[in-house]
Each structure stands twice: as C-alpha cells, then as structure tokens.
Ligand binder design. Structure first.
Ligand SMILES: *Cc1c(COP(=O)(O)O)cnc(C)c1O
Length: 350
C-alpha cells in the first residue's frame, strides 16, 4: 500500500545555496547535512551541493563523513559530535576535520594512533552552553592543543563556535567574545587557517559573524531560521513537499495515509489543514498511521485517486513546514528532520 512521500526539489536547494552564498560572498560555504540532510536525503543533497559549488560539508558525526568518503566525496568534511565510541583514527585517515569541544576529545584524538595527523577545530563556548571550552579554561585548552601539536599528534587548523540565535544582540555579543578568544589563542601561539561561527541566521542577518566560512543548514532547505520572516520573505524556496494518499472518504471526512508514526505533529493547533484536490481540509485528528480531516461541502468526489498535500512551498494553497512548526509549537527543522524512515523520498530538479 502506498503511503506518505516526501518530494524533494533539489533545484530549490541549489537556488537557496546560490542565494545564501551571495549574502556571504567572502566566506567559504559549508553545507550542514546532519540528520540525513535535515530529512532531505544525504547523498542526493551532497551531490546537489557539489554541483552548486559548496566548498565543504558539515556532517555532525564522523561516521556520516566516512560514508560520504566511501561514496567518493572528496571535498573537506567537518564532524563535531563525538562519543566515547568514536573512531578518531578512522575519521582522521578519511581526512575528516574534527571539531573538538572538550579536553577528553583532545586527548583521545591525540592518542588515536591515526596514520595521518588529525586536523582539529577548537571550539570555544561563546554563550550557547552547548559544548565548547568554557571561557575560563579556553587558554588552558589552547595550550594543551598546542602541546599536542608540538608532539605531532594533531594539527590545530581552526577556531569556531556556534551562536544561540536567541536574539540579534546576544549573537553580536557572542561574536565579540569569539573574536576575543581568537586573539587570546593567537597570543598563545595558535595559528588558524580558518575561523568559523555563523549558521543560517548569521548568514542573513549578522555579517560580523561570517568570518572565513559559514556553516549553513536550515535556510538551504528553504526554511527560515527566523520566527518573524518566512522563507518567501527571504527569497528562499522550500525544498520539501509531503503528500499522502487518501485512504477513505465518507460523511464529510477523509482519512489520509500519514500519521505521527511518519513524524508529523501529533497534536497540531486547531487551525491546521491539508489540501485535498485543491480544497482546504481542516485536520480533525492525527493518529499513528492515519490522519482524519474534514472535507468541505464544496469538495468534489474525493477518493482513492485524490492527492493530499500536507505541506510544501504553498504553490497549491498548502501550508509550509514553517506553518506546521507554528501549529506544532516547534521549529521548521523538526518538521522536516522528524519525518521517519517510513516516508518514501523522491527527488526532482537534479
Ligand atoms: C546544525 C548546525 C549548523 C547549521 O545551523 P542552521 O541554523 O541549520 O543553519 C551549523 N553549525 C553547527 C555546529 C550545527 O550544529
């Protein structure tokens, strides 16, 4: 039986990369492809990114980077989330740059026995408190990294951090802290090939945070990083449309073959709707496997060949993932990334 399908328009991703790249013209463009490219399909998105001229990819875990190397991807890759079981030697030997957030990671990388010298990017916590060396221990962290570098155990190539995006002023303050931390590290003898800080929001709104490289995720998929401006406002195109077949329609109700088991919001606000054959159909109840919607009186013959659009770019009157995020009181990232493996992906616009 056919179920929900996520249609990914790779042309939209390509368009968004060009548009965002133009906003940070002096910075390298790293495309963040964590979580299966935010649910859009890792390998297809990486190929699109390469064609669109991105300079590198951010993969979160080194295992995803190793998977890309095995698929023949040759550009720089950056992984920054590591566990006690991370194979740092394998990552270094596949030339994956490693974000380092803690002393134990620094020591484990230095002791990995890799046959090539691991390249590390030192992370300073500039206020997000989601990893990185705390400011009071930053000098000690840098000093230890330089000691290990002198022993030939690793090479320090970059300093980086991540912004909280809670407000423009908070991000600006973090940017200043980052700049100060870099100066402090340089005074200790560090030399950085690259400095990187900004993600989607900073690419659009905070040129001060562009530095040598920007790490861009959500905006490249056509979802606004801001609550008060939509992708359309920003000239970005939503890349994913979610459709589902109609299972049954009678007595003014229809059930469609998508539910929270596919990753859609289980309890959206009262205003939530889908589009069936061009008509707005309010959501009545989301179940694990099916969703019940109300059919307007004006709807024609709704049946097994009817198409239901849950979200997309709005071209057919449907809501966007951003709108679903409002209905679900979450962020657009969760709407697209949360789709489960049960949702089939198909691709166009390559
Ligand atoms: C997810 C992530 C990004 C991309 O952020 P967006 O807001 O999606 O552009 C960049 N850097 C790091 C460290 C991340 O975890």
């Amino acid at each position: 039986m056919s179920r929900a399908t996520a249609h990914v328009d790779l042309g939209a991703i390509s368009h968004n990369i060009q548009a965002l790249g133009a906003l940070a013209p002096r910075s390298q463009f790293m495309l963040a492809v964590k979580s299966n490219a935010y649910g859009h399909g890792l390998h297809e998105v990486v190929r699109t990114g390469l064609d669109a001229g991105v300079s590198s990819f951010g993969v979160l875990e080194s295992t995803a980077g190793i998977e890309l190397r095995k698929a023949g991807v040759d550009v720089p890759l950056f992984a920054w989330m590591h566990g006690q079981d991370t194979d740092f030697a394998a990552a270094a030997e596949e030339r994956i740059d490693l974000g380092v957030q803690t002393f134990w990671q620094l020591e484990a990388i230095a002791a990995s026995g890799a046959r090539v010298v691991p390249r590390v990017h030192l992370k300073i916590d500039t206020g997000l408190h989601r990893g990185g060396a705390d400011q009071p221990r930053w000098a000690e962290f840098v000093t230890e990294a330089l000691r290990l570098q002198a022993l030939g155990r690793l090479e320090v190539v970059a300093a980086w951090s991540h912004l909280s995006d809670t407000s423009h002023s908070a991000d600006l303050e973090s940017t200043a802290l980052f700049g100060a931390a870099v100066e402090e590290a340089k005074a200790l003898g560090a030399e950085f090939e690259l400095l990187h800080l900004g993600a989607s929001a900073a690419v659009i709104d905070l040129p001060e945070a562009h530095f040598d490289l920007v790490r861009v995720g959500i905006a490249a998929y056509g979802i606004s990083p801001f609550g008060d401006r939509s992708a359309a406002d920003l000239g970005l195109r939503p890349a994913m449309r979610l459709s589902a077949p109609v299972l049954d329609a009678r007595h003014g109700l229809a059930s469609i073959a998508v539910g929270y088991g596919d990753g859609i919001q289980s309890d959206p606000d009262a205003g939530a709707y889908v589009i069936i054959d061009g008509f707005v159909a309010p959501v009545i109840e989301v179940g694990v496997d099916e969703t019940v919607v109300a059919l307007p009186e004006s709807a024609g013959q709704v049946g097994a060949d009817s198409v239901c659009i849950v979200f997309g770019d709005g071209a057919h009157g449907e809501a966007t993932a951003e709108q679903w995020a409002v209905w679900g009181e979450t962020v657009g990232d969760e709407i697209v990334t949360g789709l489960t493996g049960r949702v089939r992906r198909d691709f166009s616009g390559a």
